[in-house]
Design a protein around this ligand. Sequence first.
Ligand SMILES: Nc1ncnc2c1ncn2[C@@H]1O[C@H](COP(=O)(O)OP(=O)(O)OP(=O)(O)O)[C@@H](O)[C@H]1O
Ligand SMILES: [Mg+2]
Length: 235
Amino acid sequence: MENNSAAAFIQLKNLTRIYHQGERQQLVLDGICGEIQRGEAVALLGRSGCGKSTLLNLIGGIDRPDAGDVVINGSCINRMDEHGRTLFRRRHIGFIYQFFNLIPTLTVVENLLLPLELNGWDLAEGRRRSMALLEEVGLAQREASYPDQLSGGEQQRVAVARALVHRPALVLADEPTGNLDAESGQQVLELLDRLVRDEQCTLIMVTHSQVVAARTDRTFSLKQGRLVSDGEMVW
Ligand SMILES: Nc1ncnc2c1ncn2[C@@H]1O[C@H](COP(=O)(O)OP(=O)(O)OP(=O)(O)O)[C@@H](O)[C@H]1O
Ligand SMILES: [Mg+2]
């Protein structure tokens, strides 16, 4: 993604999200404002149910705010139509979730090739890139395995490789180690940390762990629908 603006890479402008269920309304995000610079790795903390995944899904264009804007590199993604958002996401964003979300009917290497095919990569080049990343995450020899033949930690390392394979400018991770034991979690984090820096991605990572958060450049907490930084309401 070319840098086409002097403004922050990611701008969150007064984001509001209200869930409606029958009569019940829940204000989950109450005017979130903030900026993230290109190349930053930031952690998003907060109690269960406070809206972390909701916010990540707005930034990734999976969901749309009821009010406010998400601007990424000058593009306001919530004003794009569904197709435009899908294309933007496919090209510029990599997602990593708590529960891996690999496609069970595809092998490890096919899981990596899929986002490249969707982006129109040349097949041979895509294969080279996929194998190089599998090498990085220590799983090149498992390229022909199916996800259910891998351990949780191994699946998550594939998910990290898949999130990065198409060279996204932005990586969004929603509790990427939440489902792993401490040692596998540590491995996945070290990998993620190294790869996002090598590949010069911007990273937003949801975590419940202060230790994990401490490895990032900056930490935010979500409290009562607002973003809080370093214990103080800054926005
Ligand atoms: N699609 C939905 N419809 C209605 N309510 C929802 C929906 N998605 C989330 N919520 C509610 O919004 C609130 C925030 O949910 P969210 O998943 O963003 O929390 P979270 O901070 O990611 O929690 P956790 O740490 O447990 O993953 C919760 O109270 C949840 O029940
Ligand atoms: Mg969540």
